[in-house]
Design a binder for this molecule. Sequence first.
Ligand code: MN
Ligand code: FE
Length: 337
Amino acid sequence: MNQRKKIINCNLTDPNKILPFQYPWARVHYKTGVANNWTPEEVPMQQDIELWNKQGTGSLTDNEKKMILWNLGFFSTAESLTANNIVLAIYRHVTNPECRQYLLRQGYEEAIHTDTFIYICDSLGLDPDEVYNMYQNTSSIKAKDDFVVAITESILDPNFKTDTVENIQKFVSDLIGYYIIMEGIFFYAGFAMMLSLLRQNRMIGIGEQFQYILRDETTHLAFGADLINTIVEENPEIWTDEFRQTIVENIQKAVKLEVAYAEDALPIGIMGLNSEIIKEYMEHIADRRLERINLQKIYNAGNPFPWMSEIVDLKKEKNFFETRVTEYQTGGNLDWD
Ligand code: MN
Ligand code: FE
């Protein structure tokens, strides 16, 4: 038995002995998650309800409403897909106890996110069947979910084990599908759209909740990348040229799907957003994700939305009790945005 292989494959370590820690980074992400605690009901929705129902001057345009609905339709079900993958696929194979502690925390945060979309649907009086069926009825949303499900489905087999090079590669593909592509790419056009609306002081309750989700997702992504990098470090034989090429191709496909989603959600370009600028942003994001898992960046795109990284660093108490949306603290460049 190879004693180096310890973050996955439970026969080599005791999943019940959390001390002494072997992976201090997992503890850092756990503590960050706990420090960022929030619940959707803390955010008042009155102004959103008024604006959503308003007619005439200053009301939401049909295109703005469509953009909001598309993002609610995507996120409402994507949060459940992510949560299910943690519990039904990842948790079984990641047997290191401090990583499992983090996965439990992440699962809780996904429940908070799921709850956020219930709260938004209730507050705005949306038809739940409409919102929760969009992931099957709306082709640009379905294409994203189908893509992640296709990359990851083999490890849902109850007999699947991470005991061969090929199976560890499949497991890493699942982690890339959910952490890097779903949470790291497919969430980001939506974040940019909803937070652009927030910057115009429109739908500020939903915007505030999207800020907290973005901050949580930043940690999920950081944990996922550390987990992927550790598995690769401990099992270097999986990191073949061919495997790396497949990962890069999947990320390129994901960027295309995300740009198509943004074009569908924003058909005429609103709020200074159009498909060109979203494409540049997605390419910038994809380069960051590639570099975070030790792959070469491919796009060399600039960042058209530097304000997105400021949002990640927001302070909860400031946002809840003092500010309105455009007054975020500046500085503090988080590694992810
Ligand atoms: Mn989430
Ligand atoms: Fe997440």
